[in-house]
Design a protein. Structure first.
Length: 74
């Protein structure tokens, strides 16, 4: 069984506690669907969509079909 590495630091553009939580979850799990985020973080879908939209606008999260992943560094 291979141990996962702890996520790297947070981008400076991620300011809200929920944004940080979602970003770190995506980084640690190497992406997730909205339903996986909902189950893993116990947040409502409407909240997740709002947070994910903000993270996408700031360029730190990308959508890959139905999954959201942390953006690859430029």
């Amino acid at each position: 069984m291979q141990a996962r590495q702890l996520p790297k630091g947070l981008p400076e553009t991620v300011e809200s506690p929920r944004g940080k939580l979602v970003y770190l979850y995506l980084q640690f799990h190497e992406g997730a669907t909205v339903d996986e985020l909902r189950d893993g973080l116990d947040l409502q879908r409407i909240t997740l969509f709002s947070v994910l939209k903000t993270l996408e606008e700031r360029g730190v999260v990308e959508r890959d079909d139905e999954r959201y992943v942390t953006a690859r560094p430029a």
